[in-house]
Design a protein around this ligand. Sequence first.
Ligand code: FEO
Length: 389
Amino acid sequence: MANFKITDAVTYVGVDDKDIDLFEGQYDVPNGMAYNSYIIFDEKIAVMDTVDASKTDEWLANVEAALDGKSPDYLVVQHVEPDHSGSFMALYNKYPDMKIVGNNKTFMFLSQFFEGLDLGERKVEVKDGDELSLGSHTLKFIFAAMIHWPEVMVTFESKEGILFAADAFGKFGTLDTDEDWACEARRYYFNIVGKYGLQVQGLLKKAAALDIKKILPLHGPILTENLGYYIDKYNTWSSYTPEDKGITIAYASIHGNTAKAAKEFAQMLEAKGAEKVSLFDLSRDDVAEAVEDAFRYDRLVLMSSSYDSGVFPAMEYFLIKLKAKTYRKRTIAIVENGSWAPSAGRVIKSYVEGFKDIDLIEPMVTIRSSLDSRTRAQLSELADKLVNK
Ligand code: FEO
């Protein structure tokens, strides 16, 4: 991405990464990823974050072009995760008079990533709520621990009403991708920040006291209009409130019989009037998207084959993800399949019992190898219960 001006004083100097295969080593990003970085020009010049190490050269060229021969006075490190601090040393070494702004955890993590780093006089350590004047612009640092690492802070610039939001309000996809914001922002939120709803709620409360006119996240587009829409979405997501009425069916099938049952069950739900049915083959579909829809909709059906006296691994992986993201406040139904000693339901239930505020529909349905008239009737009954929730 080429540089562009956001306001007279603030320039975008980030990069688009279209070469990435998996973000954070696990997430499919079909439209790549943006690592945003900004420069604020005033009497003093501040660079806001760096980018992933794979894009150091491109980013440095952007920074140099924007600086046009000037030297930055500060590098503000809002988040040390390598997608933002991977190019730290390049800028640090290039501008020996530039000071590094962070908090005590920022500096601890930087020294862990970069052995032998001794910031000495170059360190500007801030506390929650501290301010740094650049001239007519003033940066106020607001700690946002666990959104999504402990050292994270966001920065509010009051003259222009800009919230530099770190990972918050980010999404998957490069800046030049033309797509709906919510879809990839939601998948990003629940998979990356989802565990920390409470902390996001805390940040939203602090943000409500600020006159925010623009949100500049570290990933995804700069948000300049209808900010209430984005803030509302974050409020819904972080409070674990279902966003839409609908039923997610997540299934794990060995030979296809559980898959067949899941597809038939989806048709039953639709025929009975379900607002929306979202179906996932956990062995083949994007599990991050299944996690996203499990949170998006108010009801979830878990259907799995039994395996090695437990549950089929594709289902267990999904359950581990839901547990890690503190899944809660939903209605759940369980369907197991087993030919001689069905065991999937027991394992699924043990996970579900660990989730908070779950309405578990009993009894679970047990399929013996493949659907028959008995289990079809049970699924039909279950479908009625789910649709009428
Ligand atoms: Fe975009 Fe938590 O790093």
